[in-house]
Design a protein around this ligand. Structure first.
Ligand code: FE2
Length: 185
């Protein structure tokens, strides 16, 4: 997790140096906060993904360490939630036969989850995105998608929502991205 005050934010066409808070700060949560917006699952979800942190192995692509927490609308961390992620490779293709770039985690007592993966590539009509399903214990699954800040294709993608944008910084060739989910737990 970057700890410098000066960090690099992903921006249009490259990186923008900024001064400000780092990604170590969790989302400010006010009890009663709205749940994370739902989005379409899309055509490429596969059940039965492996429990693992590293989704990319030796695959080519920009390294991304993605993490966050799952919280209930009353702001308590949700332990034992399943966070299942799937995304395109750097060429914009999904693995629809196996489980490349697919996996899940189970949140710990802080509601925390994390993955080591790569940046998703573009495919026609879509800006880069991660697909995710978050299932709290005994609760309804939240299906949604996460987006990168400052991507020039965001504005051309009808599904893109600013509220589903990750916070992202790049340091030493690795992007650290964070998103905190709010669920109806
Ligand atoms: Fe997709």
């Amino acid at each position: 997790m970057p700890s410098r005050r000066h960090v690099l934010l992903l921006g249009t066409g490259g990186l923008i140096a900024v001064t400000g808070p780092t990604l170590a700060q969790p989302l400010a949560c006010t009890p009663g906060i709205a749940a994370t917006e739902r989005q379409t699952e899309g055509p490429f979800f596969r059940g039965g993904s492996p429990l693992r942190v590293n989704l990319a192995g030796q695959l080519r692509g920009e390294r991304v360490n993605l993490d966050g927490v799952v919280m209930a609308r009353a702001c308590q961390p949700v332990r034992g939630a399943i966070v299942d992620i799937w995304h395109a490779d750097s060429a914009g293709d999904y693995d629809n036969r196996g489980y490349e770039l697919r996996g899940h985690q189970i949140t710990d007592e802080r509601g925390a989850w994390r993955f080591e993966t790569i940046a998703p590539g573009r495919y026609p009509g879509r800006t880069p995105h991660y697909h995710v399903k978050v299932t709290p214990p005994g609760g309804r699954t939240l299906t949604t998608q996460l987006y990168f800040p400052g991507d020039p294709d965001n504005a051309r993608d009808g599904l893109y929502k600013p509220s589903l944008q990750m916070r992202a910084v790049k340091a030493a060739a690795v992007v650290t991205a964070r998103f905190d989910f709010i669920v109806e737990a």
